[in-house]
Write a new protein. Structure first.
Length: 226
């Protein structure tokens, strides 16, 4: 009897290819880019080739988060990009977003997918066990962090480094996005460990040339982030 392993491997490959928009995963940060400048700066990133955005503004009230998502969605979709909302599947659905990004303490990915089957569901993970659990619970992709030292992930302890990233990539079959202290100069070594892509905050938003910076990120994937 022919083994089903090659078919399962091919299926995983096809699924990953369908998530190419995650290769450079941009996360919002109003502390770095004020709300008044956000749409303009976001469009620069989209012009540079970034095809996924997560709105992660934990200080916003639900009403304001929904209004922001509804404002951002047309711009993101104009560039054939995908919009994700941090932790709020309900708001993602109401806003017409493409996905939701859960924390390890959120509801399980399977619960979200059962209720909202059209949403792409990501999960933040910070350990090999967490990565395996997220996959078991039905996540479509995970972020693994912090890889490098970064203030935004200080609460999760010291940087994990590249070895744990490699172990996480080997432990699961779904796309793993390296997060935490990511810069252009370290993308290649993250990919060498098996990362599917990178999640970026400061290295894009702090740039004085966001369009060019975003373009240079996409070149790590041959410019193919769609």
């Amino acid at each position: 009897m022919m083994s089903s392993a090659p078919f399962k491997s091919a299926e995983r490959t096809v699924k990953k290819l369908s998530l190419n928009f995650l290769r450079v995963y941009l996360i919002s940060d109003f502390q770095r880019v004020g709300k008044d400048r956000f749409l303009g700066k976001l469009e620069e990133a989209l012009e540079g080739g970034i095809r996924s955005l997560q709105i992660r503004e934990k200080d916003l009230r639900s009403k304001d988060l929904l209004l922001l998502a509804q404002e951002v969605r047309p711009l993101v979709h104009r560039y054939n990009a995908k919009l994700f909302i941090n932790d709020r599947a309900d708001i993602a659905v109401m806003a017409g977003a493409d996905g939701v990004h859960l924390t390890e303490t959120s509801v399980q990915a399977s619960e979200v997918k059962n209720k909202f089957p059209d949403l792409v569901v990501g999960v933040s993970t910070h350990s090999i066990e967490g990565a395996r659990l997220a996959e078991k619970q039905g996540a479509d992709y995970i972020t693994f962090s912090p890889i490098y030292k970064t203030p935004s992930k200080a609460s999760f302890g010291p940087p994990q480094g590249l070895d744990p990233l490699k172990q996480a990539c080997q432990a699961v079959s779904l796309p793993v996005l390296a997060l935490g202290g990511i810069t252009l100069h370290c993308v290649a070594e993250c990919l060498e460990q098996g990362a599917f892509g990178v999640a970026v905050i400061s290295d894009v938003w702090d740039s004085t040339r966001i369009k060019q910076q975003s373009f240079e990120y996409t070149q790590n994937f041959g410019g193919n982030t769609i």
